[in-house]
Ligand binder design. Structure first.
Ligand code: C5P
Length: 404
């Protein structure tokens, strides 16, 4: 299962060399369980064959207003009605101009006019064409109709020129699709999330750390953004890209993470501490690499500040404080330990993570958690992708913010 399972996506392909890239998007959508129907303009058919798109989508491709088969169904109206989301990619300058002016002179333009659901437009064209005031005015017009325009990337294009106009990457489109389907229940919230491990160095090349990859925290950041929040992510070393539209602050150690969390606290309305912060750090960090040759080496450790506990303490005396969400990664007595931490750290919600199995916890793409809130409500979230778990966590947070 994915968040997109069974969604009906209508994909409109227009005449741009980037049409071939969208063939891969169809495969990605189908891997997530979407049902994809493709509509192509005449120019698109010159760049990529409808046969390719039919094979990849598993559905007939529509190219004409006047289809020979089933004309009684009025193709542009039935296609406009029978999907959850229309994605136009690549969107040529010509198609954008058509949409801006409400023309209905081909199947795709007509479907767009007849469609009442969300429309995503992914422009792709030469930079001069993209930057031309006419195209910019057309983009502003379609924006004002409520269509979501996903900015093209900057870079080298097929015409050998460099600049804005290159078709955006699939991940940006995927996030925009998820946003179109997500409830906007975090609109107006300023969300601060910590993610990943911390590193506590004891010489210039060695450190203490843990296996956290940051996946859960990054998934929470992406999901909060999709649900309308303004998101700041404070991340320990992780090899993940920040989700589109999320401000990311990179840190290394627990002390550095604490400094940034405190600096961002005033602006936050919700704080989620998903980071696996090292509880201890070496008492000293050697200036130079510690040489081998000794048969033993002892490291003295000192406790790191518990950032979340400190926030919980501040919350006690504050009249207004962000909603506090913590994590408890436990290998035994997880419910008991989670309940204790919820109380001890003065949290509104705790996400209890049983790290005993191979499908949950550090590094893997899935998770199984128990949510426990300050009112005693307990929810078992079954084994799901971390992306889906993230949305379940936000569902629980949204219920708490409703009663704020
Ligand atoms: O007590 P424990 O370390 O299990 O608590 C985990 C929760 O506390 C997580 O939300 C984690 O991000 C946070 N934490 C923290 N600072 C620490 C240790 C944990 O903020 N030094």
């Amino acid at each position: 299962m994915s968040l997109l399972t069974d969604k009906k996506i209508l994909l409109g392909i227009t005449g741009s060399i980037a049409a071939y890239k969208v063939a891969d998007w169809v495969r990605a959508l189908r891997r997530e369980g979407c049902r994809v129907t493709v509509v192509m303009t005449d120019a698109a058919c010159r760049f990529i064959s409808p046969l390719t798109m039919a094979a990849l989508s598993g559905n007939p491709v529509h190219t004409s207003m006047f289809a020979a088969e089933a004309p009684e169904k009025i193709p542009h109206i039935s296609l406009a009605r029978e999907h959850d989301l229309l994605v136009i990619a690549p969107a040529s300058a010509q198609t954008i101009a058509r949409l801006a002016h409400g023309l209905a002179d081909n199947l795709l333009a007509t479907i767009t006019l007849a469609s009442s659901g969300p429309v995503l437009v992914c422009p792709a064209m030469n930079s001069a064409m993209f930057q031309h005031p006419a195209t910019q005015a057309n983009l502003a017009a379609i924006n004002s109709y409520g269509y979501v325009v996903i900015e093209p990337d900057c870079g080298k294009m097929a015409c050998n020129e460099e600049g804005p106009g290159r078709l955006t990457e699939w991940e940006n489109v995927r996030q925009a699709i998820l946003t179109a389907f997500a409830p906007q229940d975090l609109a107006g919230e300023q969300v601060l999330i910590t993610a990943g491990p911390t590193r506590e160095p004891f010489d210039p090349v060695r450190f203490l750390s843990n296996p956290s990859t940051g996946k859960m925290g990054y998934a929470l950041a992406a999901a909060a953004k999709q649900r309308g929040a303004t998101v700041t992510l404070i991340s320990g070393p992780a090899s993940l890209s920040a989700p589109p539209g999320v401000r990311c602050i990179q840190v290394t150690s627990a002390l550095e993470m604490r400094t940034h969390v405190l600096a961002c606290l005033d602006a936050a309305t919700i704080v989620v501490k998903a980071a696996a912060v090292s509880d201890f750090r070496p008492a000293e960090t050697a200036d130079h690499k510690i040489k081998k040759g000794q048969s033993e080496l002892s490291l003295q450790l000192v406790a790191n500040p518990d950032i979340l506990k400190e926030l919980g303490e501040r919350k006690e005396s504050a009249t207004k404080f962000p909603l506090l969400v913590g994590f408890a990664a436990e290998s035994r007595d997880h419910l008991k330990e989670g309940a204790r931490k919820l109380k001890e750290k003065n949290l509104d919600l705790i996400v209890i993570n049983d790290i005993g199995g191979t499908e949950t916890g550090f590094g893997v793409g899935t998770n199984r958690v128990t949510l426990l809130d300050r009112n005693g409500a307990q929810e078992e979230v079954p084994l799901l992708s971390k992306e889906e778990v993230a949305h379940r966590i936000w569902d629980a947070v949204a219920r708490l913010t409703d009663n704020r």
